[in-house]
Ligand binder design. Structure first.
Ligand SMILES: [Zn+2]
Length: 291
């Protein structure tokens, strides 16, 4: 056994001991109540020049916090008071409400990924010092799962992919079109809004099970794999990705990744993937799928 293989195994044992790559885990869920993110200039327009948010509580995603401050949001049919502001300040103001809230406000916000507010619904914001009419910025946030790159590898999913999540509780529900969001800054957690939570009796203690859509699954052997990207309605099958089937390997090392000519490497759930192999795959733009 060469030096590199020994190093890889040592790294893998360390990573298992520290809890990484544990495979088929359940996903902790959190319920996002209505809230808003404000730009610095909008914060100042509502609360006064030079105003800084004060922290009430840290949120589960690192760096994010719930502020003590809240605002009132106003639509053509009604208003909602005490809408919590989440910090820190962002480049764009964004208000996230539930479908139930939007009926009360008399607005029709689109279902969107956080940050995608172009052409979204208008909303009026009222603070202690002033008020603002925003032409866009009101959305219903799409259910999503935050995860780190290692989680994405162990679940066999990629950033931007949609999955289903089965929630087993007093009233079991399956949520579809749940967006995967991958960043090294993220901690594994699914976010749903209050309507979704109420429908499925979901609380902060609930967990969900990730289920991949059929077309994303690898059927049988690696050669038959085709990934569908873009609009499935167009029915134009993309060129199949070149896949390297390394399912027989017990250990996937950095060298295996470097040696393989294909952009996608398929391994068995029992295959040990060394951290160096993962890093190298990331650097070379290759994806590792576990089936
Ligand atoms: Zn979120």
């Amino acid at each position: 056994m060469d030096q590199q293989a020994i190093q890889s195994i040592v790294e893998e044992i360390v990573s298992r001991l520290t809890g990484a790559s544990t495979g088929n885990r359940s996903i902790p869920m959190a319920v996002s109540a209505r809230h808003c993110h404000l730009s610095k200039s909008d914060l100042e327009a509502l609360f006064g020049e030079g105003y800084e948010l004060t922290k009430k509580a840290d949120l589960s995603q690192p760096g994010q916090f719930a502020a003590n401050e809240s605002i009132t949001i106003v639509g053509p049919r009604g208003s909602i008071e005490k809408v919590r502001i989440l910090g820190p300040a962002r480049s764009m103001t964004q208000v996230e409400v539930s479908q139930t809230d939007s009926v009360k406000l008399g607005v029709k916000p689109p279902l969107r990924e956080s940050g995608d507010i172009e052409g979204s619904a208008p909303i009026t914001l009222v603070g202690p010092i002033g008020s603002l009419y925003k032409k866009e910025g009101l959305i219903i946030a799409q259910a999503h799962i935050h995860m780190a790159p290692d989680d994405a590898l162990s679940f066999g999913v990629g950033n931007g992919e949609y999955v289903k999540v089965e929630v087993d509780g007093a009233r079991p529900v399956t949520l579809g079109k749940v967006l995967i969001r991958v960043s090294p800054r993220y901690k594994l957690e699914m976010h749903v809004d209050t309507d979704e939570a109420n429908a499925g009796f979901i609380t902060g203690k609930t967990t969900g099970k990730l289920v991949k859509y059929e077309e994303n699954k690898l059927a049988g052997n690696a050669e038959s794999f085709e990934s569908f990207v873009g609009n499935p309605k167009e029915m134009v099958p993309p060129a199949p990705k070149k896949v390297s089937n390394l399912k027989k390997k017990k250990l996937l090392t950095q060298r295996d990744v470097q040696d393989c000519q294909e952009e996608q490497i398929v391994v068995d759930p029992s295959t040990i993937i060394t951290p160096l192999a993962r890093d190298t795959a990331r650097e070379l733009g290759k994806s590792i799928r576990i089936f």
